[in-house]
Design a protein. Structure first.
Length: 422
């Protein structure tokens, strides 16, 4: 493993994992300190990071084409885990905070929705890279994508886990932009979504009983109302977010390490950004955001090296969507820009399932990057070997090179040897 970490190609991405790990452990420790807790979660998160690093290392042993082939199996397995929540006893899948979305195996807990998200990323990547998919019309493309996205979405909503369920809506809207070939399709779908959001907000303000008829639960309605009018609910539904915002204000420009005036539940998870803003101030929060942007730009640089339209290309793009959705949803909820949804920040918030799931995504991305680099070196080697094996002193017509670096194999960026039949 040490050689894997020391490899410059791998370290160029792993460095972010280590920085995130250090940051996460510091923030969780501060969250426990601020709320007068014994630092037990800090130690658990450290163990999760070790497990995540081992998983990243093991993924390097699996070729990308194998990962691609097993995308369907992993997707189906994730659906089985989601369905299993409703089939097992409440001892194995208890109700926590009104949601039944965890397996409790005593030694550890498992949240299948986190793994369903990455399984859906892999499954969608497998679907949209196919040539016959690209030849379909926009409605057919979107129907196929909608089917894959809707299955885990419905099951997760059934678990009463709206936060993770919203990821699938975000993913679908991103895919609409990615695969649609007509601007009219984009305009129609996004218009419907914006109109739907406007109707929900207006109904919450003036006709709240109507929302219950379409499946919105009372606590979800109260979250919307307390977000729209926090002063009216500051003693109950918006009490927690009010305390969070007050603590953030204490941080000022440079931050403060005084303990919280009031206990903030889930500050180590849903409100982890408040720790950054309070303890390190506006300056610390700004540099933390810059770090994440650099991380995303690094991933986009890998996308540029992928063959456009293959599995690796789409997998990294959709992984970026996953990271960005969780990251900004967590921050926007903490700052009350949007209602509190309950999404953990990737690599930062406390939680084994989220960290392991995101480590799997990152591990596959590292494998893709290493594979591209290996193939580039292989390409250069063949070019040099070909050039050295030919004597340029002959005044003959140049023949077509037997190896063309412009020809790439379908899914794994492997290059074809382009032999001439003449």
């Amino acid at each position: 493993m040490l050689d894997f970490i020391k490899n410059k190609i791998n370290l160029s991405i792993l460095i972010f994992y280590f920085i995130f790990a250090f940051s996460s452990l510091i923030f969780i420790l501060l969250a426990e300190y601020n709320n007068n807790h014994t630092p037990t979660l800090f130690l658990k998160q450290f163990i999760f990071y070790i497990i995540g690093l081992v998983i990243i290392y093991l993924l390097q042993k699996i070729p990308i084409n194998y990962i691609e082939k097993f995308s369907l199996a992993f997707y189906l397995f994730s659906l089985i885990l989601l369905v299993g929540i409703f089939l097992v006893s409440t001892n194995l899948a208890p109700v926590v905070n009104g949601a039944r979305s965890w397996y409790n195996f005593r030694i550890f807990t498992l949240q299948p929705s986190e793994f369903a998200k990455i399984a859906t990323v892999g499954m969608i990547s497998l679907l949209i890279k196919e040539k016959n998919f690209k030849e379909n019309s926009d409605p057919i493309k979107l129907l196929k994508i909608l089917l894959i996205v809707a299955l885990p979405f419905v099951l997760i909503l059934k678990e009463n886990d709206l936060g993770n369920g919203l990821f699938f809506i975000f993913l679908f809207l991103g895919l609409v932009f990615l695969v649609s070939t007509h601007k009219k399709t984009l305009f129609n779908i996004y218009s419907v979504v914006l109109a739907g959001l406007a109707i929900i907000i207006l109904a919450a303000l003036y006709f709240p009983k109507l929302l219950s008829l379409v499946g919105i639960k009372s606590y979800q309605l109260n979250r919307i109302l307390s977000w729209l009018n926090p002063e009216a609910y500051k003693l109950d539904y918006s009490y927690q977010i009010t305390q969070v915002l007050n603590e953030i204000k204490l941080g000022g420009l440079t931050g403060t390490f005084v303990k919280n005036k009031n206990y903030i539940d889930e500050q180590f998870n849903d409100f982890i950004f408040s720790i950054v803003a309070k303890n390190f101030g506006f300056i610390g929060a700004f540099f933390f955001l810059i770090l994440f942007f650099i991380f995303i730009l690094r991933l986009f640089n890998i996308v540029k090296k992928c063959e456009q339209g293959n599995y690796s290309y789409y997998f990294i793009l959709l992984s970026i969507c996953s990271f960005c959705f969780s990251f900004f949803t967590n921050i926007f909820s903490t700052l009350s820009i949007i209602p509190v949804i309950g999404i953990s920040m990737p690599f930062i918030s406390y939680g084994g399932s989220s960290l392991i799931a995101n480590s799997i995504l990152l591990g596959i991305i590292i494998k893709i990057n290493a594979t591209i680099h290996e193939e580039y070196l292989e390409d250069e080697y063949y070019y040099e070997s070909y050039d050295n094996s030919h004597d340029d002193s002959y005044n003959e017509e140049p023949q077509e090179r037997p190896y063309s670096r412009s020809k790439r194999k379908n899914n794994n960026n492997r290059y074809y040897n382009d032999y001439s039949n003449e």
